[in-house]
Design a binder for this molecule. Structure first.
Ligand code: ZN
Length: 164
């Protein structure tokens, strides 16, 4: 046990490692713990954990958003949750050869804008289970859901529907 006055003070224990003096390069850690409230978007993320993709339908003009939206951008009225269709098509896509640290080991990966029949906006997601060279606009896809939810948007992704 460290009995010094600094022993219980995390800031006093913080040490920076100097990797180079010119230019000055330090090795350091960055870590943050936080509480994030999904507030009115809660049903969307709980839906993903149950294998349901929920969109937002305007109660006045019936505009149908593929994403959580409390109020309609067209007329300002409140929306209600409504399940999105279980099949869709690729509206457009991009192949990512670089990404944030979390996704770097999965490159190249495919991001798609998903187009649902009867829905007025698009949904951004990952496409898995297909060679990036084989991806085409208009390709039929369906959502897949994580068996163990993380309650983030990565709980849902899309895969091509096998053409029989
Ligand atoms: Zn509306």
């Amino acid at each position: 046990m460290n009995e010094s006055p600094e022993g219980s003070d995390p800031l006093a224990q913080h040490r920076v490692e100097i990797l180079s003096m010119d230019p000055l390069i330090l090795r350091d850690r960055y870590e943050i713990e936080y509480r994030h409230s999904y507030a009115q978007d809660t049903p969307f993320f709980l839906g993903l954990s149950k294998g349901e993709l929920l969109g937002s339908r305007c109660t006045q003009c019936r505009y149908f958003y593929a994403t959580p939206r409390r109020h309609c951008m067209e007329c300002g009225h409140a929306t209600t949750w409504e399940r999105l269709p279980t099949t869709a098509r690729i509206h457009t896509f991009t192949v990512c050869y670089y990404g944030s640290e979390r996704f770097l080991k999965e490159t190249p990966y495919v991001l798609i804008l998903v187009e649902f029949e009867g829905v007025n906006t698009l949904f951004l997601s990952r496409l898995k289970g297909v060679d990036p060279e084989q991806v085409r606009i208009g390709m039929p896809v369906r959502p897949r859901f994580a068996k163990e939810p993380t309650y983030t948007v990565t709980d849902v992704w899309f895969e091509p529907i096998e053409q029989g």
